[in-house]
Design a protein around this ligand. Structure first.
Ligand SMILES: C[S@@+](CC[C@H](N)C(=O)[O-])C[C@H]1O[C@@H](n2cnc3c(N)ncnc32)[C@H](O)[C@@H]1O
Length: 379
């Protein structure tokens, strides 16, 4: 069981020289990450040559490389500061991903056919799609069955780890440090946490390892992704999974102490983003913490504009172009949160905010006018 993060082990002053264990961990962890990222980068380069795709903008590549190295350094530093356990550094389920690879490879021709035909309405015939909102009834990322089958859910995590060169779980767990600090401040380690759009449960699993006494709830629109989440979270004692729509969260107001969400907002139309933020605000208690990790945006990551544009062009992500211009920090402030920090994390960002008793946003002529006063780190 992971060491519980508490106020005492969060007090880190001048960086002490690393212990022998920390030196070993740093070397093993970097070896693991580069062993995943290097072959993926080589395959991508070969594919670019075959398809004669133009080389990426060198400044954007340099920015990406710096941010990759920063993410790994941050992950190690978080462990060394006691913000989450070292076990998280080495939790990639290589065995289950290796077992999924043959199915993933067999699926690639189906994805290519869909891309060539620009067919993003290729959903399973046996699913009643009328149950789901219009924006959701599509093959996001051109993936087979969209989010509407167990087969899709079984391939999702290995696919995104390949896409992000082994950093997907690393970016997901960057929601944990603000939670650790919040719990250390309140002392309420058995707080209620809701993860909105929890998917296959990999964020909740990592949060549970860091904070085993939390009472966890995962909500997702896809019952099929929750089937996989049940397996991923099989060892977690206190977790409930609910198949429902984040536009109408089925919990009473002020119920949760912490609300998280990972990689949801870039897949929502702008109006739905606002509705979901309103629901997150409603179910969070005053003083409670919201932590959102999602794709980088132009507001803090202009240096990645080339790659953000490519992602919108290459994957079926119809709301992404609007998302990158719709600063999450501003949207959170408009929803009544007080934004505390915005931090770039490789190709993602983490926004931390708090629900205040009364909205800090002055409303003038029906529009929110205040910009969030957040600590913002440009890289
Ligand atoms: C890109 S995936 C991210 C999943 C997960 N958070 C992760 O880190 O892998 C987006 C998820 O949002 C869910 N989703 C989309 N719209 C939703 C809504 N209105 N309510 C609840 N879940 C939704 C999808 O079913 C899918 O699991």
């Amino acid at each position: 069981m992971a060491r519980e993060v508490n106020a005492a082990n969060l007090r880190v002053s001048a960086a002490p020289s690393p212990t022998a264990q920390q030196r070993v961990d740093r070397a093993l962890y970097r070896a693991q990450q580069y062993a995943i990222a290097t072959p993926i980068a080589l395959v991508r380069r070969a594919l670019r040559m075959v398809t004669r795709e133009p080389a990426p903008d060198p400044d954007a590549v340099a920015a990406l490389q710096t941010r990759y190295a920063d993410l790994l350094a941050r992950d190690l530093a978080n462990v060394e500061a006691g913000l989450y356990p070292r076990a998280l550094l080495f939790q990639i389920p290589f065995g289950s991903y290796a077992r999924a690879l043959p199915s993933f490879a067999l699926d690639v021709p189906r994805v290519i056919r869909r891309v060539v035909a620009r067919n993003f309405r290729d959903l399973p015939a046996d699913v009643d799609v009328a149950r789901y909102p219009g924006y959701f009834r599509r093959n996001f990322h051109w993936q087979t069955d969209g989010y509407l089958s167990r087969r899709s859910a079984e391939l999702y995590d290995v696919a995104v780890e390949l896409l992000f060169g082994g950093t997907n779980d690393v970016m997901r767990r960057q929601v944990i440090p603000p939670i650790s600090r919040h719990l250390a401040g309140t002392g309420a380690y058995d707080a209620r946490l809701l993860d909105v759009a929890c998917g296959t449960g990999r964020t909740l699993a990592q949060i549970a390892l860091a904070h085993p006494r939390l009472r966890l709830t995962g909500l997702d629109l896809s019952p099929y992704y929750l089937q996989v989440a049940r397996r991923v979270l099989a060892d977690v004692t206190d977790v409930s999974l609910v198949a429902d729509n984040a536009e109408r969260v089925p919990f009473r107001s002020n119920h949760f102490d912490v609300v998280t969400s990972v990689y949801l907002f870039h897949e929502l139309p702008r109006a739905t983003r606002r509705t979901v933020l309103g629901e997150m605000h409603r179910v969070l208690r005053p003083g409670g913490l919201v932590v959102i990790a999602d794709s980088a945006q132009l507001a803090e990551s202009g240096a990645l504009a080339f790659f953000l544009g490519r992602f919108a062009a290459d994957f079926h992500e119809p709301f992404y172009r609007d998302y990158v211009e719709d600063d999450l920090a501003v949207a959170l402030a408009e929803a009544g949160f007080r934004v505390e920090s915005v931090e770039p994390q490789f190709v993602a960002k983490v926004v931390v905010a708090r629900k205040v008793a009364r909205s800090p946003v002055p409303i003038s002529r029906g529009r929110a006018t205040a910009r969030p006063r957040a600590r913002r780190t440009k890289r």
